[in-house]
Design a protein around this ligand. Structure first.
Ligand SMILES: Nc1ncnc2c1ncn2[C@@H]1O[C@H](COP(=O)(O)OP(=O)(O)OP(=O)(O)O)[C@@H](O)[C@H]1O
Ligand SMILES: [Mg+2]
Length: 263
């Protein structure tokens, strides 16, 4: 893999994000008093006006509320909680899709996300062209990409379609290619959000097996969101139960599942 090291520390007002590619740091991800507040306006007009006037009213919701936890290198950590508990928001802040309002987030290592698997593809390009482009964005050298691409294509099971424009793919086919890429690039930190139901039953079983293999690998850190407590137990050693953005429980996966199922 590329030896390029990216270090980034950014202050967003009351929030700080520290990112580097130091996979030898015993801490993979740390949240310290992280809050993510969304502003809810009555309509888009009010949202626009709010940029110019402080008098426009809005409701606020804390999707993450004083979230503090540490995920150590090599750990597999599950987030449990009902709809709207703030699980995806936490993962999105790790991948950088959204930013905290306050608090500090540290991420040490290269992150690959099984989040919105179909997002970010250029539909005019073929699957193969998209994969090549992603390899470049991920910072792989030409040789590394050439080695990895057959594995990605093979896993996606797209056959001849890999050379067709992606607009001709079904949504399941797009998600399959997204999963094949995100799970093949050997990340330091893997973030998985309910992605394991990709494609049909057979493909979904194959995805589960792949995630299991990645977790079994030494030093890959996994943060995993699912509504299936069975899957959480299958993949993870520790669990955090969220409710309205707050941590309600943190402990071993068995205790976390028991807490979640009894509340
Ligand atoms: N872009 C947004 N704008 C406003 N509110 C948002 C936005 N994204 C999420 N929220 C709110 O933040 C809260 C947490 O949402 P989040 O998607 O993190 O929940 P979740 O635990 O992943 O739920 P689910 O199990 O349904 O996937 C919810 O109340 C949701 O409505
Ligand atoms: Mg979610």
């Amino acid at each position: 893999m590329s030896s390029k090291v990216l270090e980034l520390s950014v202050d967003y007002g009351e929030a700080t994000i520290i990112r580097d590619e130091d996979s030898s740091n015993p801490v993979a991800v740390r949240f310290d008093h992280v809050r993510k507040t969304y502003k809810l306006y009555k309509n888009d007009r009010q949202r626009l006006l709010a940029a110019f006037s402080k008098r426009i009213h809005c409701d606020e919701i804390n999707a993450s509320d004083d979230l503090t936890f540490t995920c150590r290198r090599g750990e597999a950590l599950a987030f449990l909680g009902d709809n709207g508990a703030g699980k995806s928001t936490a993962l999105k802040m790790i991948t950088g899709v959204c930013f905290p309002t306050s608090g500090t987030i540290e991420v040490h290592g290269r992150v690959s996300a099984l989040l919105e698997l179909s997002a970010g593809f250029d539909m005019r390009l073929s699957g193969m062209e998209n994969v090549r482009m992603r390899c470049q964005l991920w910072g792989l050298s030409a040789e590394e990409a050439e080695e990895l691409i057959p594995e990605i294509v093979d896993f996606s099971e797209l056959g001849k379609y890999i050379e067709q424009p992606m607009r001709t793919y079904s949504s399941g086919m797009r998600a399959r290619l997204g999963f094949a890429f995100a799970s093949s690039i050997k990340p330091d930190i893997l973030v998985v959000d309910e992605a394991l139901s990709v494609g049909d039953r057979k493909f979904s079983a194959k995805c589960r097996k792949r995630v299991n293999e990645i977790i079994a690998k030494e030093n890959v850190t996994v943060l995993f969101v699912t509504h299936s407590t069975g899957q959480a137990k299958e993949f993870c050693t520790r669990g955090i139960v969220l409710d309205h953005g707050k941590t309600m429980f943190e402990g071993s996966i068995d205790d976390a599942v028991a807490y979640y199922e009894n509340t």
